[in-house]
Design a binder for this molecule. Structure first.
Ligand code: ZN
Length: 277
């Protein structure tokens, strides 16, 4: 279920590449997603030049959210570049294997992260969900069954999000406001709908493509290449044996970024929006 894809192109395209089990075929998703892809990963990588839409998005982010979620940027790819802060994000969990290993590493390194969890797994492992929360990490909504949300009816999409929030709330008492669409796939109706439900859509600026099975070395290299102040790093905490490389790379990534003077924060801190309702 990993959603990222790297190729350094648009985030959404990336996510889709790793279609979850039985997921829609990649080509289709690609076609569907491309139109809205933030055509700019490239720019981001080059350096300071941010695509206009991204700039727009980071603006409102600066002020602590208000009661009107609709006023904040609809889709967020990164935080402000003013400070050397980054957010580690892990999608597709929780599970009882990699998620726990990642939690141990984060604990050891004293670094917080944000976990975008899938409702049907959260329902199976509420104790792991509580553990994520107990350790001070933030939990975001990543849909119930990891579908390409843009293909669902409005009612189904709403259920995917609401059901997952209910499960998270039942387990932790907290109701997330951060939503990451599977594969990064969004379109205007979905953005509007999710915003109306009080969520902020969180994409990413650094795509490790860890779901595709790169070596830990390659994962580290990708982070070094793509990271910058305000960066949101996409990795996965469940979804397949290849994630052992994610686990292996994580301490190296953390130490490298610490050495570079980065501070680790959760996504809500990075963008100045409350994590929960
Ligand atoms: Zn995912």
């Amino acid at each position: 279920m990993p959603e990222s894809t790297d190729s350094g192109i648009r985030p959404e395209q990336k996510e889709k590449a790793q279609a979850p089990s039985g997921g829609p075929d990649k080509e289709e998703v690609k076609r569907q997603i491309q139109p809205k892809a933030p055509a700019d990963h490239g720019d981001q990588k080059k350096g300071k030049v941010e695509p206009p839409e991204q700039k727009k998005e980071t603006k409102p982010v600066m002020k602590p959210s208000s009661q009107k979620p609709a006023k904040a940027p609809a889709v967020i790819y990164k935080g402000s570049g003013d400070a050397k802060r980054v957010a580690l994000t892990f999608d597709d969990g929780p599970d009882r294997h990699f998620t726990l290993q990642i939690l141990e590493i984060l604990e050891k390194e004293r670094v917080p992260a944000t976990f975008f969890v899938v409702g049907q797994l959260a329902e199976k492992h509420p104790d792991i969900l509580r553990e994520i929360d107990r350790r001070g990490h933030v939990i975001g909504n990543h849909s119930f069954s990891h579908p390409v949300m843009t293909r669902l009816s409005s009612a189904s999409a709403t259920r995917q999000v609401e059901e997952t929030n209910r499960i998270i709330r039942d387990a932790t008492g907290k109701s997330p406001r951060l939503f990451r669409p599977p594969y990064g796939a969004v379109n205007k109706p979905l953005i509007r709908q999710v915003s109306d439900q009080g969520f902020h859509i969180i994409q990413w600026s650094v795509d490790t493509r860890d779901w595709a099975g790169p070596s830990s070395k390659k994962i580290v290299h990708t982070v070094k290449q793509q990271v910058g102040p305000g960066g949101i790093i996409l990795q996965h905490s469940a979804g397949g044996p290849q994630l052992k490389e994610t686990v292996k790379a994580l301490p190296v990534i953390i130490r490298h970024l610490k050495q570079e003077g980065y501070e680790f924060v959760t996504v809500d801190q990075l963008i100045g929006i409350p994590a929960y309702h």
